[in-house]
Design a protein around this ligand. Structure first.
Ligand SMILES: [Zn+2]
Length: 125
């Protein structure tokens, strides 16, 4: 039996007893119980979200260059350390010719200097 169903059954019995004050108190308690149930649901969801973030936090691997990878995932997939540090969001970086750029905050870093220099020499000199 759900909380709502149980309260409804008790309310019927109290209503039949024809005691207005008892009925008012029961209605007040019902409202409090339903508010508490909503709060429990909200906190349960928040707790699940925090656990998910905490588990991610433990898998974060930092590097000398300003990107992060996730332990247990493909190490060629880079995420933005700037977005992670500011908002705890995992934003995958776009990689091109040794440079990676965040599509969200536009932070960029050079993760492969040799490839980056080759690209620069080919197109800029
Ligand atoms: Zn970013």
């Amino acid at each position: 039996m759900s909380l709502y169903e149980g309260l409804k059954d008790v309310a019927k019995v109290v209503q039949q007893a024809d005691n207005v004050e008892l009925y008012r108190q029961l209605i007040d308690l019902c409202e409090q119980a339903l508010d508490l149930q909503a709060k429990i649901r909200e906190l349960t969801e928040e707790n699940a979200e925090l656990k998910k973030k905490h588990n991610l936090e433990e898998r974060i691997q930092r590097h000398k260059e300003l990107y992060i990878t996730l332990e247990g995932e493909d190490c060629d997939i880079f995420f933005c350390s700037h977005c992670w540090d500011n908002d705890r969001k995992l934003i995958q970086l776009e990689k091109s010719y040794g440079e990676s750029t965040c599509p969200q905050c536009h932070w960029s870093c050079i993760y492969d200097k040799i490839e980056y220099e080759k690209y620069k020499q080919r197109y800029y000199y």
